[in-house]
Design a protein. Sequence first.
Length: 354
Amino acid sequence: MNQFKKLAASILTLTMIGGMFAGCASSPAANSSSQAAPAPAASETPASSAAVEPASSAAAKALTGGGSKIVYIITPSHSNPFFKTEAEAASKKAKELGYEVKAVSHDDDATKQSELFDNAIADKAAAIICDNAGADATVAAVKKAKDANIPTFLIDREINQSGVAISQIVANNYQGAKAIAEKFVDAMGEKGKYAELLGKESDTNAGVRSKAFHEIIDQYPDMKMVAQQTANWEQTEAYQKMETILQSHPDIKGVVCGNDTMAVGAAAAIKAAGLKNIAIIGVDGSDEAAAQIKAGYMVGTALQQAAKISEMAVQQADDYLKKGSTGKDEKQLVDCIVITKDNVSKLKSFVYNG
């Protein structure tokens, strides 16, 4: 990539970080995220924000659980391999630590999620591990569990309030999306038309990733976004949206996707249209994306370490229940790993064996 432009990107990022720290005391908007500033290079680091409190001081009184040995694991649909990995990794870790497990799905429905929290409360759950159904919509459910003495540990997606959940452990989407966007610009030769497929609007990760993509791509005046569609994280919807985009813009040279599921759908539509040499990127690090990278249909992805994050949440739940503290900040970032054809052989089931 053009070195001068990379230097300019670094200066711009540093300038933005300064502005973010200056305003970090303000309340987050509905689609904001503590991931707006990049984390340090360590693989597991807390988000830097004045609003972040250590878990030990987030509540005046430690929650001791509902009385049973049941850990509820609540995620979006297991039909998505990312969320299935979360549920399986968390379940395995909880069982290793001596807990019973109830792994259920809210299907990205906030009302259903609230009902599942009610079930956890009725079952006197020890703790709840949750990949939530909305940054705002989930706050009330977590508060309800807290009032019932049950601690909640959030993974993958944050909520728009601190001091309610004990931990919020998420992938550093900002860092990962920017890193894979640089690979996209390289693959595009710093020029050409491209399209973007966005994730679910209620998910803060969708906005964070899109903004990070554009912080890199928009520095190149010869790169032009000709279409932007929401595909709600879904493969079938991404396929359909990509078909429509290709009808209007058959000359596009690239597609940026908010997750791997949409990237795989886009790749399938491009292949069905008989087109080749279109650069596609995603975010997640799924086995399906890895297969597309190996076959040459995707440039790369940013691996979110889903299994690691889920295991961290369960371990912190166990520590909290036994000691009254996790010893960690409430908000924690786990850096993504850029996956391309050069290292894709080391990726399997959202685990990088580098």
